[in-house]
Design a protein around this ligand. Structure first.
Ligand SMILES: C[S@@+](CC[C@H](N)C(=O)[O-])C[C@H]1O[C@@H](n2cnc3c(N)ncnc32)[C@H](O)[C@@H]1O
Length: 451
């Protein structure tokens, strides 16, 4: 007869992991335990200390992930609601670390999960990972922190800009940014007058500004305090400028949606938060002896990648969920500010091409076939292509005039397309999505392997 007390007094993690390996606090989703289980199987003690996403300790050594995240995740103002405070506390190991929090991009990956997935894909320091639809650059930032090199592409110039700014913030000098905080009114006025923010109408068109030439010249005037235009900008000027501009766009975007704070107040709060976040990770990295991975982030089309055949050790990405999020509409303010021709950009955006829903879906299908063929082409044999995707059968059923159980979900569609180009299904991990506003309840982490 088994005594329930004997069973209850033992812990699940003791059964799953060796006694000296301790899980990160706050693991409460099944998929997290699953990824932790695979990390435990695949990583030796040293690799676990260096790069594990889900363990806090191996024997008496604290893992890098734990050290990177521990401490105050964000300096919230004293009057912040307890709801906000508990949100940040809860997500300290999941999202609230390094430079991941610098811009609230919709559809962004969970960085801790990305770390776990890269481990499960067998990626090691010195390897190269590709995210062909990088969005805000979560894979690039996370890979860099793990010593893994990366290539990132996105058709949106705003995504390239944002990803680069987040990568820079890991190492750039913050001296001039701190000076800008002291001169916040002047900096705010500068950006207000130099960009092309459009108030009121979200997607009004502006003539292109040739961002690389114009926007990068003007800041040097401000940042160097020199009225003469400087033609060759040093890296520090460019990095400082990008950091400030990202904070400005973040603040101005908020101000378009909410009037709770004045735009300048919003900018001040966001810039201070950015500086805090960058200082925190830089302090950690200066004491750490791991060499950061090299990242190259570019504007580019996932359907035709400028990357050689069989040259990549892993592909990891999340495609637009068919038409769940209109990324261009969401980013219209920022794209306009950068002088992007949105109508032209739309022609290369997966999920946005076409007019009727039916046509959009058929073009999405065609585009994703090309994306998967590219992923397979650039991967080395035996390596993994991992796709994170949610599906909404009701939406697809409506478009196809069928009932939800008759249609192929996006997850099934991608698995089938992968198989057609030599990527075979190894594993699907399910992850639930919380929050009322999401149209999807689940997302799938699909592990495909190149033959
Ligand atoms: C789900 S989001 C990726 C979010 C990203 N994983 C992150 O952590 O921020 C999908 C991205 O695909 C990009 N995209 C759409 N069409 C593309 C194309 N043809 N080539 C490259 N990127 C594209 C969108 O701009 C969007 O940023």
């Amino acid at each position: 007869m088994i005594d329930p007390a004997d069973i209850l007094s033992s812990s699940l993690s003791e059964h799953l992991f060796s006694a000296k390996r301790e899980l990160i606090p706050d693991i409460d989703d099944y998929y997290e335990l699953e990824l932790a289980f695979y990390e435990n199987q695949l990583l030796d003690d040293q690799s676990l200390i260096q790069n594990s996403a889900y363990f806090s300790r191996v024997g008496d050594q604290v893992t890098r992930h734990f050290q990177m995240c521990a401490g105050e995740s964000l300096r919230l103002p004293a009057h912040s609601s307890s709801r906000l405070k508990s949100f940040f506390e809860k997500n300290i190991f999941r999202t609230g670390y390094a430079t991941h929090g610098l811009f609230p991009y919709r559809g962004k990956f969970h960085p801790q999960m990305i770390k776990g997935i890269m481990n499960v894909m067998g990626l090691k320091p010195g390897d190269t990972v590709l995210d062909p639809m990088m969005g805000s650059g979560t894979v690039a930032v996370e890979a860099s922190l793990m010593g893994i090199n990366s290539f990132g592409f996105d058709s949106s110039p705003f995504c390239r800009f944002m990803s680069q700014a987040k990568l820079n913030a890991l190492t750039m000098s913050l001296d001039r940014v701190r000076k800008a905080v002291d001169n916040i009114d002047e900096v705010f006025e500068y950006f207000k007058n130099h960009g092309r923010p459009i108030s009121g109408r979200k997607s009004a068109k502006r003539p292109p500004l040739h961002y690389d030439n114009i926007i990068m010249e003007e800041p040097s005037e401000y940042l160097t305090g020199n009225q003469k235009l400087i033609k060759n900008f040093d890296q520090e000027t460019a990095e400082t400028y990008s950091f400030l501009l990202l904070a400005y766009l973040d603040a101005a975007g908020y101000s378009e949606r909410s009037t709770r704070k004045s735009p300048i107040e919003q900018f001040r709060a966001i810039l201070q938060r950015y500086v805090f976040v960058a200082e925190k990770i830089q302090t950690f990295l200066q004491k750490d002896d791991m060499i950061l991975g090299q990242s190259q982030v570019s504007q580019g089309d996932a359907r035709a990648l400028s990357i050689g055949n069989a040259s990549i050790d892993g592909v990891l990405f999340s495609p637009p969920y068919s038409f769940a999020i209109d990324y261009l509409d969401n980013d219209a303010f920022h794209l306009n500010y950068l002088g992007t021709d949105i109508a032209k950009l739309k022609e290369s955006m997966v999920g946005l091409r076409g007019t009727s829903l039916r046509e959009k879906f058929s073009l999405y299908h065609e585009d994703m076939q090309r994306v998967l063929a590219e992923c397979s082409r650039v991967l080395k044999p035996g390596k993994f292509c991992t796709i994170i995707v949610g599906t909404n059968r009701n939406q697809i059923a409506k478009i196809q005039n069928k009932s939800p159980h008759e249609v192929e979900g996006l997850d099934e569609m991608l698995v089938r397309m992968g198989q057609e180009v030599g990527l075979s299904l190894i594993k699907i991990i399910q992850r639930s999505i919380v929050g009322m506003s999401n149209t999807m309840r689940r997302e799938q982490i699909i592990f495909l392997q190149k033959a």
